[in-house]
Write a protein that binds this ligand. Structure first.
Ligand code: AMP
Ligand code: GLY
Length: 418
């Protein structure tokens, strides 16, 4: 089989690392990829956000399956263009990707499907949203559109919420605003590989979104993750499948927006049970990095079966133990990251069970590996326990050095052990 992976982050590096191990593979391309991905796949200079360019490349190279990493190509209609050209693709149509592209759409689907979620109201006018927020008090303010993780404000007062509404009204993603009941509890990610109606669940995982230890400081794209997250027992995970994933797929199909790809439910485990905070139309980043280190099965047949609408398996075989991923970020992240700092310590072989996945890296003109983005690397380790995986991941994280390097020391530190 000939595969093309779209994207160039650590999630996509983990994907190509895993896909490369498949005996079914005869060729593997990545667009645009990164220097880490280049060790497993041939990089191609095709813009993933241009459906026509991706489709032309896939046809020309006789690609059997395209795997879409990030959300932007999905929302831009890459999967639609590929399917129309007869190319199989793991990733939903633009219509189905609206579960991530529009929070109002996602809420509407959840309500119609009876999926447990926070109470909310939608506004097409920032002034009206601000007035309602002032009266509501502590409330969560969300931009409707894609805002690269910057579209949510958890406000402690009506005044703060009203100010957030007015600020969001100034950006394109905030033309429509949601106000949402403020819930509390630990957060968890549940990701399902879906074929339109059927699905398999990956183990629950947990992201760490704040920049500093102890969940302090501003939100980021994610500073680390681990899996499986023992906050959800096996039976409860199955219940999330039945109460969240299954009805959502059914409702999307009923609307003619069949979902073939990874459906990511961001959950809050409230005292009343799990509530969906958000859907993503793709695998999570950084969750995918530890998750794929836990997957024992060949991933290719799963992705192909989902793309074809013919998923028959009911579970993915996993390794025992756990995996932990620690993100190494650049100076200045999550603000404007500094680029061009040379990365040291990646030359030798890593210890068994360790993978270092690249995100914001590039080769300088004189061939040195340098930083080129906010989240630079995810150092991942898989071992017999979360504690052992943490020790291993942090041992390597310490050894990989660049000016301004920052990472959290408490990834998976509070993970409950079963
Ligand atoms: P989202 O992009 O919708 O996942 O929101 C980003 C973050 O905001 C989540 O990871 C939560 O920490 C927080 N958040 C979102 N919705 C709520 C809510 N209804 N109640 C409390 N916190 C929330
Ligand atoms: N880790 C959060 C996300 O992928 O959206």
């Amino acid at each position: 089989m000939r595969l093309l992976v779209l994207g160039g982050g650590a999630r996509e590096h983990a994907l190509v690392w895993k896909l490369r191990q498949s005996p079914l593979l005869s060729a593997l391309f990545a667009a645009p990829g990164n220097p880490g991905i280049a060790t497993h796949a041939e990089l191609v200079a095709v813009d993933p956000n241009r459906p026509r360019a991706v489709t032309d490349f896939a046809l020309q190279k006789r690609i059997d399956l395209v795997v879409v990493g990030p959300e932007a190509p999905l929302v831009a209609g890459v999967a639609d263009a590929l399917r129309a050209a007869g190319v199989e693709v793991f990733g939903p149509s633009a219509a189905a990707a609206q579960v991530e592209g529009s929070k109002a759409f996602a809420k509407d689907v959840m309500l119609a499907a009876g999926v447990p979620t926070a109470r909310s109201e939608v506004f097409d006018d920032a002034q009206a949203a601000a007035a309602r927020a002032r009266a509501w008090g502590p409330v969560v303010v969300k931009a409707d559109g894609l805002a690269a993780g910057k579209g949510v404000v958890v406000a402690d007062s009506g005044e703060e919420a009203a100010a957030a509404c007015l600020a969001l009204g100034q950006v394109p993603a905030g033309k429509r605003i949601l106000l949402e009941e403020r819930l509390s509890g630990p957060e968890l990610s549940v990701i399902a590989l879906c074929d339109g109606t059927r699905f398999v669940l990956l183990p629950p995982s947990q992201d760490h979104k704040r920049i500093f230890d102890g969940d302090q400081g501003p939100n980021t794209g994610g500073m680390g993750a681990y899996a499986p997250a023992g906050l959800l027992a096996d039976a409860e995970l199955g219940e999330v499948g039945r109460a969240v994933i299954e009805p959502t797929l059914k409702e999307l199909a009923r609307r003619g927006a069949e979902f073939r790809g990874a459906l990511y439910a961001g959950l809050m485990l409230t005292k009343e049970g799990p509530r969906v905070l958000e859907f993503n139309a793709r695998l999570g980043d950084p969750e995918t990095q530890p998750l794929l280190m836990m997957v024992k099965d060949d991933l290719v047949p799963y992705l192909q079966a989902c793309a074809r609408g013919r998923l028959e398996a009911s579970a993915v075989a996993l390794h025992s133990g756990a995996a932990v991923g620690v993100v190494l970020a650049a100076h200045g992240y999550p603000g404007t990251p500094r680029q061009g700092d040379q990365i040291h310590g990646l030359d030798g072989a890593q210890p068994p069970g360790v993978q270092v996945f690249h995100a914001g890296t590039r080769l300088s003109d004189d061939g040195k590996l340098v930083t080129a983005g906010g989240r630079v690397l995810t150092v991942c380790a898989q071992a017999e326990s979360i504690a052992a995986a943490r020790v291993l991941a942090y041992q390597v994280a310490e050894q990989v050095r660049f000016e301004g390097r920052h990472f959290r020391r408490d990834i998976a530190a509070k993970a409950p052990v079963h």
